[in-house]
Design a protein around this ligand. Structure first.
Ligand code: AHR
Length: 664
C-alpha cells in the first residue's frame, strides 16, 4: 500500500470508521527469533542549539568568561576604571581586563556578569569561583566576589560574597567557594577591587557548581546529564547538526579547537544565534568548554557509543550557496586529516600526538571509537564527491571504523532519492536520515523500513521528531505518534541500527527550535512526553526482534488495524518478552496477545505494563507541572501462553512478560 492509502486508512480508523469491537489478536512468534536489536539502537543527538551547551549542559555560569566575544563586554557591566588588554596568558584567547584605581577613594572598579539569562544558584550549595589573575606591580591586592540579586528593590544586593587575595606579577589561577544562603535563578556575579589603589588583571572568570555530573571541575549540569544517563542511550551523536557545517567553512565546528586546556579553546560563533530572526540571540557563542574530550567522556559515563560527526569540506548548503564556500582539492586534505587525527585522539596510543593529549587531559585509556559520521545535511553531487576521498583513506587506514553518510535534509524526495544510491555505491556503512515531520507523516510511516534493501547500508535515523499542529509544542499526541512510528524501527532492526530524536535540550528563555526532548531553566529541568517515549524504548530494547502479527500482517496502523502499531522483542538476560503497542485511535482496543511456539515446559508468569497516556492531546510537561504526563507502571497477572487486556485510547503501552519454566 502506498503512503497516501495508509494515511487515509489510518485517519479513517482514527475517526472510528474502521474501529472494531472485535478483539485484536496479536500473535508473537517466539520460535522465529529475528534480527538482533543493535546496542546502539536508541540514542541521543546533541547539538549546541537552544543554549544546549553554553548556558545549558555545560555548567559554566559566566557568559563571555574570557572577554573574547566580538563585543568584549557582552554579558558584562563595567564600572570604575576598567580597560581591556590583549596580551594575556592564553594565545587563542588573548583578551583580559585590567581593574585600575577609580580615581577617588570611595569609588569602585569592577565588572558584573549577567550569566545566561541570569546565574542560577541554589541555597546551601557550593559554587567554585575561579579566575586567572595578577597584580601589575607585584604587590598584594584583593578582589571581592559577590553574587548579587537582580531585584534592585531588595535591601541587600549582594547575598553572598568572598574575598580573594591576588599577589605577584605572574598569572596564576585563584579559586574560592561561594555558598549562597538562598536560591536565586537570575543572580549576577560581581567582582571589584576591594583595595582600590592596586591594579589587578583578570582573565577567564569562571563560576561552576561544585556538584557537577561525576564531580568533574570543567563539568556538566548534574540534573541534565543525569537525564541523559536515565535514557540508557546506546549511542551519543555530537556535536550536531548544522553546527558541524558552519555558515562558511571558517565557522565550522573544528574539534581540534575544543580540546586541551579549557582557557585556550578559541571562541567560535554559534549559527543558532542568528539562524531564525524571530528567535534571535546575539549573545550566543560557542566557548568549546564542552568539547570533544568531554563528549567522549560523557559517552563513556552514560554507557553510549560515541558518534562524532565531522565536516566533509562543505559548509551549510541552506545558508551558503556560494561554491567557494566549500573545500576542494588539496584544501580537502585538512578535513581528512581531522578525521584521521580524531581516530588517533580517541583510540591512539599515548605516544602518538593526539593520544598523548587525550592522556594529558585525563584519559590514557582509549575511548574505543567505532563510528564517525562525515557530513551533515549535505546534498547534490558535491556531497558524494567530497565523501569519497574520506572513505578511500578511512577504508585503508581504519577499516575498523564504520562511516556514516547522509541522505540530505529531507525524509524523501529528489535529494533523498539521489543520495541513497550514491551512499550504497560508496559503500557507506550507515546512512543518516532526518525527518522533522507532521503528524500525518508519522501516521503514514509505520512501514517505512519494511522494504529497504537488506544488503545495502544500514539506517541511522539521526534526527527526527513529530512536529505537531500549530506551534510545534512538546505535546503528548506527537510523542504518541513517535512511539507508534518507532515500532517500525524496532520491527526493522535488521536494517535500522540507530535512531536519535532531535534536538535534545532547550533553555526556556533561549530556545530557537522546538519541540525538544528536555527543557530547563537556570535551576530546574523536565522531561517531555517525547523523552519518556525514548526512555521506554531505551529501557526496553531487548535483544532480538520477534515477529508480531495480527491476521497474518505486521501491525503498523493499517486501515483494518484499528489505529494500532506494535512490535515485540525478547530480552534474553531478563528472560522476558516485551511487547510495545501504540493505540493512536480514540477508542480503547481489546488485545489478545498470544505467544506462539513457546517450549512446552515454558509458561508466562506475571509481568508489568508501563503506559504513557493523556486524555488531552495537547497535554505537556512544563517547569510548573513537570509530571503532567509521565509513564505509569503496574503489575499484570499473566499465566499460560497468552494475555488479554484492553489498551486505552491514545495510549502507548509496554508490556513485559516473565518467561518461566513450569514446575515438573
Ligand atoms: O536539530 C536541529 C537542526 O535540524 C540540525 O542542526 C540540522 O541537522 C537539522 O536541520
Amino acid at each position: 500500500m502506498n503512503n497516501k492509502k495508509i494515511l487515509f486508512s489510518t485517519l479513517a480508523a482514527l475517526a472510528g470508521l474502521g474501529a472494531s469491537a472485535a478483539t485484536n489478536d496479536l500473535v508473537v512468534n517466539t520460535k522465529k527469533v529475528g534480527a538482533p536489536i543493535q546496542p546502539t539502537m536508541y540514542g541521543i543527538f546533541f547539538e549546541d542549539i537552544n543554549y544546549g551547551a553554553d548556558g545549558g549542559l555545560y555548567a559554566e555560569l559566566v557568559k563571555n568568561r574570557s572577554f573574547e566575544f566580538p563585543q568584549t563586554f557582552m554579558g558584562w557591566n563595567t564600572f570604575g576604571n576598567v580597560q581591556v588588554r590583549e596580551d594575556g596568558p592564553f594565545d587563542k584567547n588573548p583578551h583580559y581586563v585590567r581593574l585600575g584605581n577609580p580615581g577617588h577613594g570611595h569609588k569602585h572598579t569592577g565588572i558584573e556578569n549577567e550569566g545566561f539569562f541570569g546565574i542560577g544558584v541554589e541555597k546551601d550549595k557550593e559554587y567554585r569561583f575561579s579566575v586567572w589573575a595578577r597584580t601589575v606591580d607585584g604587590e598584594k591586592s584583593k578582589i571581592r566576589v559577590e553574587l548579587t540579586d537582580p531585584d534592585t528593590m531588595n535591601d541587600h544586593q549582594a547575598f553572598c560574597h568572598t574575598d580573594v587575595e591576588i599577589s605577584g606579577k605572574e598569572w596564576k589561577k585563584y579559586t574560592a567557594i561561594l555558598k549562597p544562603n538562598r536560591t536565586e535563578a537570575k543572580a549576577h556575579l560581581r567582582i571589584f577591587l576591594s583595595k582600590p589603589e592596586a591594579t589587578v588583571d583578570l582573565e577567564h572568570v569562571s563560576l561552576f557548581p561544585v556538584d557537577t555530573w561525576k564531580g568533574h571541575e570543567n563539568g556538566m549540569r548534574k540534573d541534565l546529564a543525569q537525564k541523559l544517563a536515565d535514557l540508557k542511550p546506546g549511542v551519543f551523536r555530537f556535536p550536531g547538526g548544522c553546527i558541524v557545517e558552519g555558515t562558511d567553512l571558517a565557522t565550522r565546528y573544528q574539534w581540534k579547537n575544543t580540546v586541551g586546556p579549557v582557557e585556550n579553546r578559541p571562541l567560535n560563533e554559534n549559527r543558532w544565534h542568528y539562524t531564525f530572526q524571530h528567535r534571535f540571540f546575539p549573545d550566543y557563542f560557542q566557548t568549546y568548554g564542552l568539547g570533544f574530550y568531554e563528549y567522549f567522556l560523557l559517552s563513556e559515563e552514560i554507557g553510549s557509543e560515541p558518534l562524532p560527526i565531522l565536516n566533509v569540506g562543505l559548509s551549510c548548503q541552506f545558508q551558503n550557496q556560494d561554491p567557494k564556500a566549500h573545500a576542494y582539492g588539496e584544501e580537502l586534505q585538512q578535513y581528512i586529516d581531522d578525521v584521521l587525527d580524531l581516530v588517533e585522539f580517541a583510540n591512539g596510543s599515548t605516544d602518538t600526538k593526539w593520544g598523548k593529549l587525550r592522556a594529558e587531559m585525563g584519559h590514557p585509556a582509549p575511548f574505543n571509537l567505532k563510528y564517525i559520521g562525515i557530513g551533515n545535511e549535505q546534498w547534490g553531487p558535491e556531497y558524494p564527491e567530497h565523501l569519497k576521498p574520506f572513505l578511500d583513506v578511512m577504508r585503508k587506514k581504519h577499516p575498523e571504523i564504520k562511516i556514516i553518510g547522509s541522505s540530505g535534509p529531507d525524509s524523501e524526495g529528489k535529494q533523498f532519492d539521489y543520495l541513497w544510491p550514491e551512499m550504497t555505491k560508496l559503500n557507506a556503512d550507515l546512512v543518516d536520515e532526518h525527518f522533522y515531520r507532521p503528524e500525518s507523516w508519522f501516521l503514514s510511516q509505520g512501514r517505512r523500513y519494511d522494504n529497504y534493501d537488506r544488503k545495502g547500508p544500514k539506517v541511522f535515523a539521526g534526527e527526527y521528531a513529530c512536529h505537531g499542529k500549530g506551534k510545534k509544542y512538546n505535546h503528548f499526541y506527537p510523542a504518541l505518534l513517535e512511539a507508534a512510528f518507532m515500532t517500525g524501527l524496532e520491527r526493522n532492526a535488521d536494517v535500522v541500527h540507530m535512531a536519535t530524536y532531535a534536538p535534545l535540550f532547550a533553555h526556556v528563555d533561549g530556545w530557537q527550535w522546538r519541540p525538544d526532548m528536555i527543557w530547563f531553566d537556570n535551576i530546574n529541568s523536565f522531561p517531555t512526553c517525547s523523552y519518556y517515549v525514548q526512555q521506554l524504548y531505551g529501557l526496553n530494547k531487548g535483544d532480538n526482534v520477534l515477529p508480531l502479527t495480527m491476521n497474518g500482517k505486521t501491525v503498523a496502523g493499517d486501515a483494518d488495524q484499528n489505529g494500532l502499531f506494535a512490535s515485540a522483542v525478547i530480552d534474553k538476560a531478563n528472560n522476558t518478552y516485551i511487547v510495545k503497542v501504540a493505540n493512536v485511535g480514540d477508542q480503547a482496543q481489546d488485545l489478545n496477545i498470544t505467544f506462539d511456539g513457546m517450549k512446552k515446559k515454558q509458561t508466562l508468569e506475571g509481568g508489568k505494563v508501563v503506559t504513557l497516556h493523556s486524555d488531552v492531546e495537547t497535554a505537556e510537561n512544563s517547569l510548573e507541572n513537570p509530571a503532567a504526563v509521565v509513564p505509569q507502571e503496574k503489575a499484570i497477572e499473566v499465566s499460560g501462553k497468552n494475555y488479554s487486556t484492553t489498551i486505552g485510547p491514545k495510549t502507548f503501552a509496554v508490556y513485559t512478560f516473565n518467561i518461566a519454566n513450569q514446575p515438573k
